[in-house]
Design a binder for this molecule. Sequence first.
Ligand SMILES: Nc1ncnc2c1ncn2[C@@H]1O[C@H](COP(=O)(O)OP(=O)(O)OP(=O)(O)O)[C@@H](O)[C@H]1O
Ligand SMILES: [Mg+2]
Length: 231
Amino acid sequence: MDKDEKGRKAKGKEELPKARISSGIIGLDEVIEGGLRDHAVTIILGASGTGKSTLAMQYILEGLDRGEQGLYITLDVKPEQLIKESILWGWDRLQQHIDKELFFFETTGSDFKAIIEDQLPRLVEARKKYETPTRIAIDPLTPIIWAEKDKSVQRELINKLFVMMKEIGTVVATVEEHGQSTGEDGLGASIPIFLSDSAIHLRYQPIGGAFNRTLEIVKMRGTRHGEEVSL
Ligand SMILES: Nc1ncnc2c1ncn2[C@@H]1O[C@H](COP(=O)(O)OP(=O)(O)OP(=O)(O)O)[C@@H](O)[C@H]1O
Ligand SMILES: [Mg+2]
């Protein structure tokens, strides 16, 4: 809680809404009071192919269009693949921003402890001098969950990652869903969801003979949100 926030609480005034970041996703901003919360972490949960990376890239592109910067951290996906998909969507303009306003951080191997405790802090330190708002995508976050069997270590690493990235921007992190992975079955997305400020669930399923894409707000701290949006 900052000083202003304490002041407002002390005077019994209603807390003012925090700044909102337009997601770039049609229909989403309207149901979450204008957009994602500034310097927060939003989890995008969904099975493979539900559109998590597409949403993450759309969010980054929206920022680039607004003169912001983008940092795309990929844990097991090649940036080239993401760029190729974006071009298929007609987002060619993304290319002109690469290494200028859009930076990819591609990790190799699976020593996430070293990545989170050594490599990323150096990157964050270097980026602190930039004043331009930064949108961050971590896509996917799932390898960290799978690589670390010990739940307490998993929790500590993910928490460190979120706290660190929130210092320099507004974060969207994707989590792959397998079966009942939101539950306590060990494959779980429960830790990242618990540690996040917000969570959105993407689904791609047959409804009445046609395949429909839907987006459901699972959690949105400090927001009175609607629940489901058709994409
Ligand atoms: N809103 C959408 N409308 C139509 N097609 C979409 C939408 N979002 C994604 N797609 C298409 O669905 C396919 C899968 O999308 P995407 O790669 O974003 O999924 P993903 O959830 O990241 O999958 P994975 O878990 O395998 O990485 C792509 O071909 C993409 O173009
Ligand atoms: Mg993906």
